[in-house]
Design a protein around this ligand. Sequence first.
Ligand SMILES: Cc1cc2nc3c(=O)[nH]c(=O)nc-3n(C[C@H](O)[C@H](O)[C@H](O)COP(=O)(O)OP(=O)(O)OC[C@H]3O[C@@H](n4cnc5c(N)ncnc54)[C@H](O)[C@@H]3O)c2cc1C
Length: 445
Amino acid sequence: MTRTPDLNVDVAILGAGAAGMFVALAAQARGLRVALIEPQAHLPNNFAISGGLFPAAGSALQRSAGITDSPEAWLDDLRLFAPGMVNEHIAQAVAQALPAATAFLVEGCQAPIVFLADVVAPGHSQKRFHCVTPASGAALHAWFRQACTHQPRIQWVDQRAEVQRGPHGFELQAGAQLIGAAQLVLAGGGFGGNTEMVARFIPGMAGALHNGSATQDGSVLSLGLAWGAQLWGMDGYQGQGHTNPGGVTRLGMSIPTLGGVMVNRQGQRFVAEDMGPSALAPHVLAQPGGQALEVFDAAIEAQLGNHGAYQQALQAGCVLTHDSLEGLAALACVNAQGLAQTLAQVAQMSQGQGRDALGRQRFVRALSSPFKASWVTGALSHTQGGLLTRPDGAVLHQSGQVMPGVFAVGGCAAGLSGRGAEGYLPGNGLAQSFGLGWNVAQALA
Ligand SMILES: Cc1cc2nc3c(=O)[nH]c(=O)nc-3n(C[C@H](O)[C@H](O)[C@H](O)COP(=O)(O)OP(=O)(O)OC[C@H]3O[C@@H](n4cnc5c(N)ncnc54)[C@H](O)[C@@H]3O)c2cc1C
């Protein structure tokens, strides 16, 4: 005899990260009953360790800051950054959805989201990032967790669930509790923490440092795969070329765009540093010892007061400081003469004298005392490939048909762009989680 579920909901969501919590909030706002299943709430997920910065080109907050921008301009940046590698239908849908998704958080949920007016992120032609204050994933995640906890239509379930598909929906066995759900949202993140899946889908990063969350075991993505879902872009990932060795802290993506440079042990530059943190990762890993020294100054540091990732690295003692360049070189054990020559060239190029052989277009300013530096390496932050969906998040079967009632979003679902590390434009992760999440929530019945 079939057992009657202990709880019946309109939608069960596997995973309470950026994507799952966004869908839960937006679905409950439409009056839907939600079971939010999160077996690892005690661990920081990728949302909690992210920079918490997301683009929303054309948002009301951006307009109020006097910036003229549009979803189309963001899409043009994405296509220029990742030529031939854009998941077009999804990227277009996400671009269009982000202003509404942001308005929902700000006006519908009173989220304390602000427009980040200080930095143009690498690869973006306009200031279009949003965050909370201070700008950190931990702070944004904490707000979402609090908001979801206080919604009576959202039921938290802190057990791993076994999922069965039935003729009228889904049955989820979570510990002793049986949950019946009409629809299912796969939002369990990517597979960056699953060494076998990384070796299979991104062999070039097998064994590389993973600075994402241990919760990224690919289990929810694998569920969709076992049901016959199509995959897209499985070799795409966000690299992180500003990760402090060990992977606990990172500098954030803004130092190069503010004028910082990177050198190897010879004190020599090796890359156009402002290419974006993801594409940068393999270049850093190619240096002796797989590390590089990021060099900047106190004036740049002064602009990073609201940047949570940098502040954590600073507090962890990862930033070296000295009044003289020779002193800084000695502290970091890099070639002092090489470093001095490099910074002299950078000073000239910042005055418009000479062209950079490495192709960097903009040096902003000459670095000056007190000097700062921090060792960094390349890491795999999070994977971009996943279950192929329609623009409303409905998962597509290998037959080309929609899988009835199954949606995917966030790291589980195919990302916006990319093969390898090159195609990840900063902000793609949360943009997809919130933009596609908005569409999923509107499509749920
Ligand atoms: C170091 C770092 C910095 C980043 N910075 C940025 C940034 O500044 N801007 C940006 O746009 N993106 C950034 N990202 C990417 C961003 O964090 C992700 O794109 C986003 O968190 C994806 O959301 P998600 O919900 O899919 O995954 P997560 O936020 O990781 O949530 C997935 C959840 O699913 C749960 N889960 C796993 N397995 C199961 C299961 N079997 N059943 C139920 N639940 C399960 C996990 O415990 C987890 O809580 C960064 C990522 C990293 C690692």
